[in-house]
Design a binder for this molecule. Sequence first.
Ligand code: 4NP
Length: 154
Amino acid sequence: MVQKALFVCLGNICRSPIADAIFQHLLKERGIADQWEVDSAGIGGWHAGNRPDSRARNVLKKYNIEYNGRARQIEDEDFHEFDYIFGMDENNISNLQDQAPIGSKAKILLLGDYDPQGERIIRDPYYDRGSEGFEVCYQQCLRSCKAFLDQLEQ
Ligand code: 4NP
């Protein structure tokens, strides 16, 4: 059975593409990519059609992780389609909970709740002047995605 995961942040050009790319990479490493459908989306649609922020692309390149996704805005249909919808911060979660249609199946989860180091909030690095925040975001997403998959495999 195919499981479906959607990673969501505010703009879909920084945090959620990083999480999406890492998750897909981990699935390939574990040989289970054919058991999953994975995507990302933004609460807002301001960047729809755009590639991720160059700093997000650079951190993925640094770790040899491929990503060809383009930004899109989340739609009501996604809540029926996906099994898991991960938000990056508390605002994402409350926006997702507000938008979720009654009776939709998606479990809305805070990705950082899976972080073994307990860093629950994946802070938005978009307005940072530098790229250090993207490295932090990468490491947080990596730890949480690994732990989420480990927990499913148990
Ligand atoms: P993200 O960062 O939610 O991690 O993709 C943002 C990117 C763009 C905007 C906000 C957050 N924006 O307002 O344009």
